[in-house]
Design a binder for this molecule. Structure first.
Ligand SMILES: Nc1nc2c(c(=O)[nH]1)N[C@H]1C(S)=C(S)[C@@H](COP(=O)(O)OP(=O)(O)OC[C@H]3O[C@@H](n4cnc5c(=O)[nH]c(N)nc54)[C@H](O)[C@@H]3O)O[C@H]1N2
Ligand SMILES: Nc1nc2c(c(=O)[nH]1)N[C@H]1C(S)=C(S)[C@@H](COP(=O)(O)OP(=O)(O)OC[C@H]3O[C@@H](n4cnc5c(=O)[nH]c(N)nc54)[C@H](O)[C@@H]3O)O[C@H]1N2
Ligand code: SF4
Ligand SMILES: [Mo]
Length: 694
């Protein structure tokens, strides 16, 4: 039988790279980057290459289950899809009757396919749709809004034409987005200079021209000193600033005291090096990207770190510039119509969000809200009870700090539903598991990707499901039918796609040749002279009134981070190229490559504690939390220890991941209450540990 080629979308992480899957006799033979998508260059990252191991894994939920024992006990009853969905629908109706539809909470992993999820919640009449982002990029999103009046994705990163790229808290070669990596490598081949600011030497640092190892939590000081230097030495782009920046004089006065010499004491980076960086950036401007970060739910001032990064980009004139952060285009910018939205099928509920986002918290985006704030409401019932929680492709017990506290709060719920394709701590604690097919076995609604170009794409099924699992649209449309949401009770993928495409001039057949429908042939650069920022003044706002009115200063004076208590370390964490968050650790191929995490500890500090490379280590004197192998190195800052996130699994159904390594989120007691109030991101790196030989 001939090999079939199927164009689809990788699902091993939330980047969702376009892929081509070769299938023979319902067997997956090969997966590679979609060759018709130039940005991919046919490549995949190691996780994308391990997708077949996920499909073939018998250690994943194989059929719908309803809990039999206590929550978390792991006693399940196998049921049919009809029984599972009837059960969920009856419970949801019960909750709606007693407490109103607003007592239903939803959280998911965001991304391009969420339109259907939001429509479902609207249809029910609940405003409480959330995504995962308070533990990821919320601070960046709000920093972008406060400076430009636009979201973080309303500007793009033009790596290919960039002349100087600064990665701050961003490990681009290990925390991977394949097209970005390709773009950066192309840029570097053309001479782009790379600067990395991190608390440890990463693979990205290894490829950098300039590496700054900063004291953990002092990035805001670093950036204020760069701004100081750009202004004091007249290195900024005067033409751009005159036209597009408001209140420069206030910034100038504010940064007066934040000299490079002052920053040297905070950050540990020599003043001359900070000056040198400012000069280099000015020479390369406007083809400069000072990356505002991605996973910056780290400190109480991470919003301000990100905000200062956007201000540096503004001073260099790189906002809107080729080689910098050009404006993202949408279908309308190419004279095309976008996809018709499912969410428009129902009116916006009148009841306000429980977490206060968008009304009480005027500066926080009401779209995805801040999921963790809803957990407190489960306990207090203020402003109203939250009684049912649908957790779709999200593992809050791994992704949020202090899982013990979260479980306690969740115990006030009448219903927890988990939709998932792998086991997770959250699914294990749920009342009902609705198992999704892994991405190679499922298909999706259409999504639109914007950038310098825009295109439509969807996930196509490469092979039929091995087990009794469904695609997410199948689950949601069947549940909609049971909840009386007739407009969402689509019966087939064709119907869904036709609804979405109705105004676009595109048909389903147009996807066949390449898996994508491009809305333009040429990338479009629009300068800031053609469009204006979306702030009230139309300019970059150094002082943002929305934040000021909330009592949150736009120019917040720097505060030194709390020092670790005597003998302790700050916990720093991040990603590696071989795993995605916590959900690939049990993947047969990836587990073989990296079964456990290690603890990076600075050579000098390790010596004081009598710890040698490879020793087994215990944290906080608590052997119950497991042990972890020491990686003793000069290349991590002495004030912190670093560990990869996602390990320390304790579910008996995951034999390969079981008991290996340590889970960082478990070390973050009280962490739900620590966040950057201006940006809404959790402050996950404001926790400390002691370390001893096991
Ligand atoms: N301590 C600490 N906490 C962190 C982080 C950290 O580094 N340290 N990282 C933070 C970051 S950046 C993020 S984004 C969040 C991520 O947190 P999550 O969003 O919870 O992470 P994921 O593991 O991507 O997804 C959660 C679950 O969804 C399922 N899943 C994943 N991908 C898919 C898919 O394509 N389809 C379906 N159906 N299911 C899927 C898996 O079963 C997985 O168990 O965690 C954050 N929390
Ligand atoms: N392979 C792989 N790729 C991924 C993911 C994955 O799980 N695996 N997840 C995806 C997701 S959801 C996200 S959000 C992105 C995240 O992408 P990134 O944010 O780039 O990834 P991280 O590894 O979390 O963090 C980046 C760096 O921040 C450093 N850091 C920690 N504390 C500080 C500090 O105080 N100052 C400075 N300057 N640096 C500090 C860490 O050492 C780390 O090297 O990656 C995406 N891509
Ligand atoms: S970055 Fe890797 S894992 Fe993520 S979608 Fe792309 S190929 Fe898949
Ligand atoms: Mo993330």
């Amino acid at each position: 039988m001939a090999r079939k080629q199927i164009f689809s979308v990788c699902g091993m992480c939330s980047v969702r790279c376009p892929i081509m899957v070769e299938v023979e006799n319902e067997d997956i033979r090969f997966i590679k980057g979609n060759p018709h998508d130039g940005g991919m260059k046919g490549a995949l990252c190691p996780r994308g290459a391990a997708g077949t191991a996920l499909t073939m894994d018998e250690e994943r939920p194989q059929y719908p289950m309803i809990r039999d024992g206590e929550r978390g006990e792991g006693k399940w009853r196998r049921v049919s899809w009809d029984e599972a969905l009837d059960y969920v629908a009856a419970k949801l109706k019960g909750v709606i009757n007693e407490y109103g539809p607003e007592s239903i909470l939803w959280s998911d992993r965001g991304g391009p396919f969420r339109d259907l999820h939001m429509a479902f919640m609207r249809g029910l009449g609940s405003p409480n749709y959330c995504n995962h982002d308070s533990s990821c990029a919320r601070n960046v999103q709000h920093a972008a809004k406060s400076v430009m009046g636009m979201g973080r994705k309303d500007v793009s990163y033009d790596y290919r034409n960039c002349k100087h790229l600064v990665l701050q808290t961003r490990n681009i070669f290990e925390a991977i987005n394949v097209k970005e990596v390709n773009g950066v490598l192309d840029g570097m081949e053309k001479g782009c200079e790379l600067t990395v600011i991190d608390v440890r030497a990463t693979v990205s640092a290894g490829k950098a021209d300039n590496f700054f190892m900063v004291r953990p939590g002092t990035d805001y000081a670093f950036n204020l000193a760069v701004i100081h230097e750009l202004l004091a030495a007249d290195l900024y782009n005067k033409e751009f600033v005159a036209k597009h920046v408001k209140d420069l004089d206030k910034l100038r006065i504010f940064v007066q005291e934040y000299t490079p010499e002052w920053a040297e004491k905070e950050t540990g980076v020599a003043a001359e090096r900070i000056r040198g960086l400012a000069r280099k950036l000015a020479a390369a401007a406007p083809a400069v990207i000072w990356h505002p970060g991605w996973m910056v739910a780290r400190y109480s001032d991470s919003f301000y770190v990100s905000r200062s990064a956007y201000l540096i980009n503004a001073l260099l004139g790189s906002l809107g510039a080729k080689g910098g952060l050009p404006i993202t285009n949408k279908p309308g910018d190419f004279g095309r119509k976008g996809l018709k939205k499912f969410v428009d099928l129902y009116p916006k509920p009148e009841v306000k969000r429980a977490d206060g986002c968008g009304h009480k918290l005027k500066h926080i985006d009401g779209g995805p809200g801040l999921v963790h704030l809803n957990y407190d409401i489960m306990e207090t019932g203020d402003p109203y009870p939250i009684k049912a929680y649908i957790i779709h492709r999200h593992d809050p017990l791994m992704a949020l700090p202090d899982p013990e506290a979260i479980r306690r709060k969740w115990n006030n719920l009448d219903l927890i539903v988990a939709t998932t394709f792998s086991w997770s701590d959250t699914a294990w604690y749920a009342d009902v598991i609705l198992p999704m097919s892994p991405y190679l076995e499922r298909d999706s609604v259409i999504a639109c990707k914007n950038g310098l170009k825009s295109f439509f794409f969807y996930r196509d099924r490469a092979v039929a499901p091995r087990y009794d699992t469904l695609s997410d649209w199948e689950i949601l449309c069947r549940l909609s039918a049971r909840m009386g949401l007739d407009k969402l009770a689509f019966k087939s993928l064709e119907e869904l796609h036709e609804y979405q495409l109705q105004d676009t001039g595109v048909t389903r057949a147009d996807f066949e040749a390449t898996g994508q429908v491009q809305l333009t042939d040429v990338a479009k650069y629009r300068t800031m002279d053609e469009i204006s920022f979306k702030t009230p003044s139309g300019k970059v706002e150094i002082i943002n009134d929305t934040w000021e009115e909330m009592g949150l200063p736009s120019l917040k004076p720097y505060e030194s981070p709390e020092a670790p208590p005597e003998g302790q370390f700050r916990i720093a964490f991040g990603r590696c190229a071989l795993h995605t968050q916590g959900h690939t650790v049990n993947n047969r191929l990836l587990n073989k490559k990296m079964p456990e995490n290690t603890l990076w500890i600075n050579t000098g500090r390790a010596k004081e504690l009598g710890i040698a490379d490879g020793d087994m280590i215990m944290l906080n004197n608590d052997p119950d939390k497991g042990t972890i192998k020491a990686f003793v190195t000069d290349f991590v800052h002495p004030e912190c220890v670093f560990m990869l996130h996602g390990f320390g699994h304790r579910l008996p159904v995951e034999s390969r991941a079981y008991g290996k390594g340590i889970a960082d989120q478990e070390l973050m007691k009280g962490g739900l209450a620590r966040m950057d109030k201006a940006g809404g991101g959790l402050a996950l790196q404001e926790h400390f540990v002691s370390v001893s030989k096991a």
